[in-house]
Design a protein around this ligand. Structure first.
Ligand code: COA
Length: 101
């Protein structure tokens, strides 16, 4: 196994998460895996949290159509929240602003 991708429900939001072994970075695998995953996992909106410093993780999401929804403080790590599809709901906006403080 070179990595993992999956989705789960967190605070009533369906999210996607993935990782790839470092020795396999930089070959387009994450973008290809996410693009394929999105053809199978059809539920929208779909959200993703990414550490603010993780430019690669955010870039992979952006290439697959995710848009930046909000910055968020989540525990010790600064994170950003991205969304694919659907409409921004009031609860999303409130939840994001509560997290960002
Ligand atoms: C993020 C991660 C999945 C990237 O995997 P990857 O297979 O190397 O990514 P890709 O080869 O598909 O690259 C996709 C884009 O990200 C860019 N990118 C990758 N790493 C980057 C970095 N460290 N800084 C800036 N851009 C980066 C690539 O240049 C490419 O953009 P481009 O096509 O415009 O050049 C991998 O680094 C990882 O497993 N990180 C830990 C887990 C994680 O971050 N998960 C995401 C949040 S759920």
């Amino acid at each position: 196994m070179i990595g993992n991708i999956g989705s789960y429900v967190d605070e009533d939001r369906r999210e996607v998460g993935y990782w790839l072994g470092r020795e396999y970075w930089g070959r387009g695998h994450a973008t290809a895996a996410l693009a394929l995953f999105l053809t199978e996992a059809r539920e929208r909106p779909l959200f993703a949290h990414v550490a603010a410093h993780n430019r690669g993780g955010a870039r992979v999401l952006a290439k697959c159509g995710f848009v930046l929804l909000a910055s968020a403080e989540d525990g010790a790590a600064d994170e950003v929240l991205l969304r694919l599809g659907g409409r921004i709901s009031i609860s999303d906006a409130v939840s994001s602003s509560e997290k960002s403080g």
